[in-house]
Design a binder for this molecule. Structure first.
Ligand code: PMP
Length: 459
């Protein structure tokens, strides 16, 4: 172990067990197995404190370290900026903040304003607050409801969780914020309307209009969508889906928020997930890949029209967006985000995501010959393999078996994710999202390890 300062390896395990309250993890499981403690990383490889190496097919566990580990140029650029000037907020701008905003907007035709905060949840909260404010500004104070989609996740804070379509994640945390309303998911493999594409009239998209009408169009201000549902099972909607939603939104003057927290900044092979579709959102949020988690930063981007609406009357003291995030726009975080984009541009990583994404999904589709692989879905370097008891019934494989598949893979040195337990019976998808520098050789290892694990667990 190279980095120990206060403890030896066993001491870190004990201190972790004694004092760390982990996100998401079940502590009884950690107590039994011991925590995995990561101490070093480079490219797609991470090492634990015992020196064991893993191929990380998750980009940091939750799809963040998109340009890969060990990027000294990000570290150096942030270090130089922090020495020069770390922070000033409120009325003053800072240079990395401005440069980042201008650079980002270059990738987002039709959008023009960049509002910074610190996490995906917060970026979504900003979007909700914008829509709620606009209802007043435009003289329709009732027009505040936000429609969200079943199986989508939008964050951990109470409003973002209120907008989340994953029941188990919400259990015990209510009461929720009023004004959030669900509509059906867009998963063809488990069509909510028992139809089959393409003869389905894309009912899942048209369902948005039904909900808007039921709620009353005068009460609905926005809809929030993950371009590809991530934690809910890796679900890319069909091509016609978003244009239909867009038409419905325009008809009822409903703003479209795209939650690009996972897909944003290249994960799908386009800079943004929505750019795989003919659609123009009004607000886009992003977080994880913005600085590849070298620094925490999230972004809410809007059209000029949304921004200008807040300047409705120069004489009115309410004529601005009355919101702040203390750390939003920290110079070091913005510098990391700029370097992250520079790396993606200079190394032509979007091309690698597209090419390697194609190679990955083709490899995964070969697994459909296994009796327990029901569906393979994805776009770019973001894929899901849904496991079933048998292909005919499509009954979801038990969660424990899917966990075992991930466990077998970890034992063989490959880390993968799996759909969270939020949807009883739908917690059966293995997620793959390697860093954008992944190679064919890495993908061969990932796919063959997955085949071996599924074959063993379901034998
Ligand atoms: N939106 C989506 C689509 C996410 O996947 C997540 C995080 N998993 C969030 C929002 C919330 O981001 P954060 O955890 O940074 O608040």
């Amino acid at each position: 172990m190279s980095q120990s300062k206060n403890f030896d390896a066993a001491g870190y395990v004990e201190a972790d067990k004694a004092h760390v309250w982990h996100h998401l993890l079940q502590h009884q499981a950690i107590a039994a197995k011991g925590p995995m403690i990561v101490s070093e990383a480079s490219g797609l490889r991470i090492k634990d404190i015992n020196g064991r190496e893993y191929l990380d097919a998750t980009s940091g566990g939750v799809w963040c370290v998109n340009v890969g580990y060990g990027r000294e140029r990000i570290a150096n650029a942030v270090c130089e900026q922090l020495k020069k000037m770390p922070y000033y907020a409120g009325t003053a701008g800072n240079i990395p903040h401005i440069e980042y905003a201008a650079k980002l907007i270059g990738y987002m035709p039709g959008l023009s304003r960049v509002y910074l905060s610190n996490s995906g949840s917060e970026a979504n909260e900003k979007a909700f607050k914008m829509i709620r404010s606009l209802a007043h500004i435009k003289g329709n104070p009732e027009k505040k409801k936000i429609i969200f989609r079943n199986r989508d996740y939008h964050g951990t804070t109470i409003a973002a969780l209120s907008a989340t379509g994953q029941p188990e994640r919400k259990e015990w945390f209510g009461p929720f914020v009023p004004g959030f309303v669900e509509f059906p998911h867009a998963c063809c493999y488990r069509c909510a309307f028992n139809k089959t594409y393409p003869g389905c009239n894309i009912e899942c998209a048209r369902a948005l209009e039904t909900v808007i009408k039921e709620e009353g169009p005068e009460t609905v201000g926005g809809v929030i969508l993950e371009p590809i549902t991530a934690g809910g099972g890796v679900i890319p909607p069909v091509q016609e889906y978003y244009p239909i939603l867009q038409e419905i939104c325009r008809k009822y003057d409903v703003l479209m928020i795209m939650d690009e927290v996972v897909c944003g900044v290249g994960r799908t092979g386009k800079m943004f997930g929505y750019q795989n579709y003919e659609v123009k959102p009004d607000i886009v949020t992003m977080a994880k890949g913005v600085a590849s988690a070298y620094m925490p930063i999230s972004v809410t981007v809007t059209t000029e029209e949304v921004f200008r609406s807040f300047l409705h009357d120069p004489a009115d003291p309410m004529s601005y967006f009355r919101d702040i995030s203390t750390f939003g726009g920290c110079a070091g975080a913005c510098t990391a985000a700029i370097e992250n984009l520079n790396i993606i541009e200079e190394e032509k990583l979007l091309e690698n995501v597209t090419n390697m994404g194609q190679y990955l999904i083709e490899g995964l589709r070969d697994l459909l010959d296994l009796p327990n692989v029901g569906d393979v879905r994805g776009r770019g370097l973001f894929c899901g393999v849904e496991m079933v008891v048998d292909k005919k019934s499509r009954q979801p494989a038990p969660e424990g078996m899917v966990a075992q598949v991930a466990g077998e893979m970890a034992a063989d040195g490959v880390l993968v994710g799996r759909t969270n337990r939020s949807l009883p019976g739908l917690n059966n998808t293995i997620n793959l999202a390697p860093a954008y520098v992944v190679t064919k050789a890495d993908i061969d290892i990932i796919v063959s390890t997955l085949r071996k694990a599924i074959t063993k667990v379901f034998a």
